[in-house]
Design a protein around this ligand. Structure first.
Ligand code: FAD
Length: 375
């Protein structure tokens, strides 16, 4: 094997989980290669609200959030199709930043720390043999590493090629995102319900808004195009109608993804340490997937450092990381699923909003379950 293709750590996927892991591990001086199938900077479908639990951690990755004049978000407004609404302050709160900007800043810091980043480069397979991983790219080139981090997101060719059990499960969700320009309260995040889905709106950098919604393949098929679906379903919620009809759209066309798969995954498979959405996907817009990806990156990096400095064995590395993942995120994923099932149903959203308005303490508790602690 050529020495130039051998690294201590290989990272597959350069989203938040992969880039944050790379930055953490580069500080220990390891040889690291990161593969990303796209070219930075690029847009991603995401609500772009990050809970404050990861604020300090992101600053520690070299992103000067406090100097970036980003919107601080501490109020939640939820509406149903029939016009019932709930307004709540958010104890933990969060901030808004586009993935286009955040991922690109992390990428630049990763490169500056000496990590080899191969962009426009897709990993097609990983085989573990004799305590070493062999990674094969779509170009057939091979790389080797002692440790592999799987941070390839919610849906990847690797799910199928590695024959992950989750890949065979049916997935019925799609998501659509726009950036908008219009007046909006910067400290607010809104969630608007419609038949078969819900839509989040909040501010990001440079006075822009992110509007992102989740719905089903079935809804899209029924109405034929995104535009018709928006006119015939989303706009039944008067709040959404106002945003969709009276805003300046900053993209030529919507950014969308399909086949979003919420089925259970594992944090370690075939000796690959899965981080972020690759380990488990929380319901978008009512979880905090980005903070989970970042927290996972923090812990996996510490564990890998212990392993590579011979403090723990590979077995311990894998078991301890899998235990951490389950203990930290399983409840959040369950709560997210529960909230998603309510928000996708207009009648249930109505009933729930009315009940929550009568139980402010319980509402605060429910919101707190979707946010973690600062790390
Ligand atoms: C509709 C929607 C709205 C959301 N809104 C929010 C929100 O407001 N707040 C929040 O906290 N979370 C939100 N999330 C969740 C959040 O987007 C994810 O949890 C987060 O992006 C996870 O980061 P990641 O690094 O695991 O994955 P990603 O950011 O998806 O990164 C994975 C990377 O791997 C690359 N890749 C894939 N396969 C390969 C391969 N074979 N070789 C090389 N590269 C590969 C991809 O190109 C990608 O860049 C939302 C999710 C959705 C779907």
């Amino acid at each position: 094997m050529p020495n130039s293709n051998k690294y201590e750590i290989a990272i597959i996927g350069g989203g938040l989980a992969g880039l944050a892991s790379a930055i953490q591990l580069a500080k220990y001086g390891y040889s690291i290669i990161l593969f990303e199938k796209n070219t930075y900077p690029f847009h991603k479908v995401c609500g772009e609200y990050i809970s404050n639990e990861s604020y300090d951690f992101i600053q520690g990755l070299g992103i000067p959030l406090s100097n970036m004049n980003l919107p601080q978000i501490n109020k939640l407004r939820v509406t149903s199709q029939s016009g019932v609404e709930l307004i709540k302050s958010l104890k933990m709160g969060g901030f808004g930043i586009s993935r286009y900007l955040l991922d690109d800043l992390l990428y630049k810091n990763t490169k500056a720390l000496g990590v080899t980043v191969l962009e426009n480069c897709q990993v097609d397979n990983v085989i573990f043999n004799n305590d070493l991983h062999e990674l094969t790219l779509s170009t057939s080139e091979k790389f080797y590493s002692k440790v592999v981090i799987g941070s390839f997101g919610k849906r990847s060719n690797l799910d199928y090629n590695l024959k992950r059990p989750s890949a065979s499960k049916r997935s019925n969700f799609i998501a659509v995102k726009y950036h908008l320009s219009r007046s909006f309260d910067k400290d607010l995040i809104e969630l608007h319900n419609f038949e078969d889905g819900y839509c989040g709106i909040s501010s990001i950098e440079n006075e822009k808004l992110c509007l992102c919604y989740l719905t089903t393949n079935h809804a899209l098929k029924k109405h034929g195009t995104i535009k018709r679906m928006e006119e015939e379903i989303l706009m039944k919620n008067g709040n959404l109608k106002e945003y969709l009809c009276n805003s300046r759209f900053l993209f030529d066309k919507p950014i969308s993804i399909s086949q979003i798969n919420f089925s259970r995954k594992h944090a370690v498979e075939q000796h690959i340490l899965m981080v972020g959405d690759t380990a488990g996907l929380i319901s978008p817009l009512c979880g905090n997937g980005m903070s989970m990806a970042l927290y996972g990156a923090q812990v996996v990096s510490l564990k890998i450092h212990q392993y590579l400095s011979n403090v723990i064995t590979r077995n311990q590395l894998e078991n301890e990381y899998a235990q951490f993942w389950g203990a930290s995120f399983k409840t959040r994923i369950t709560i997210g699923k529960f909230l998603q099932s309510i928000l996708g149903n207009p009648q249930l959203t109505d009933i729930t909003i009315k009940a929550l308005k009568m139980n402010p303490k319980f509402t605060n508790y429910l919101i707190s379950l979707t946010h973690g602690n600062k790390f």
